[in-house]
Design a protein around this ligand. Sequence first.
Ligand code: SF4
Length: 290
Amino acid sequence: MSPESVPNHWQSVRDHSRVFGRFTYVYPVVSRRSRGLSIGVNLNPDKACNFDCVYCEVDRKTPPATRELDLLKARAELCALVDGARAGELEKDPKFAEAGSLTRHVRDIAFSGDGEPTLVGNFAECVRMVAEVRRSRRLDDAKIVLITDAAGLDKASVKEGLALMDANNGEVWAKLDAGTEPYYRAINRTAVSFQRVLANLAATARERPIVIQTLFLKMHGEVMPPAELDAYCDRLRDITAAGGRIKEVHAYTIARPTPESWVTRLEPAELEHLAAHVRTRTGLVVSCFP
Ligand code: SF4
């Protein structure tokens, strides 16, 4: 299924709220990058993140409903949401009506949500829980996806979790929004060094193919400068030159309101122009999600 099969004007695509029904830890979204129904598992109800991206959609002004990650409750919720979706319950929800029967097929279960999943101390346990639900519900073709800023990929519990993901149709979708430390600092606003992120990407990609996720945007009306774009391509090439495998690059832009008014989305042609340059310079598969 192509990304075009999941149009971005659908309400379920535009609204990626992490709050759904009575659930605390799980939420359904129809995702263009997942090419269908993705069930999010929010490991960060406390909204903790080690980045402060200029485009972050997480509402950190509203206090969290809970700070505790209760894995037993998360498991029960995940089972209920999977079972309900397969029985057609999501289709009856007005938000998901346009997506119709697409909502009956779980494409992936994704560690995502209101913060950075690798910050939790028991990441491997979280993966074990999801893998067990995936097995018990016979979701044989569903992926387990980790959506990450890559800063914690060198932690022991995370590495253990990644190995479990590898054995359960796992996939790492890791963020890389810049080619140089100054641009990285400007866009991701973090104390984590760029070098650590790059080393983590290379080490993780040496163990299994990864997907790179890059959000291209305009800051103060300026698209990523050509020298920065070339440096970004060079960082991708550094990963592959170090023996890393990049399955695909997801190039996307802002889809929903962001807290910073000086951050704006790219037009589809602008995004495609950048993506074409990345394809030419790196030889990688680059999928565009305008
Ligand atoms: S890494 Fe994700 S959750 Fe963290 S600030 Fe950036 S966009 Fe928000």
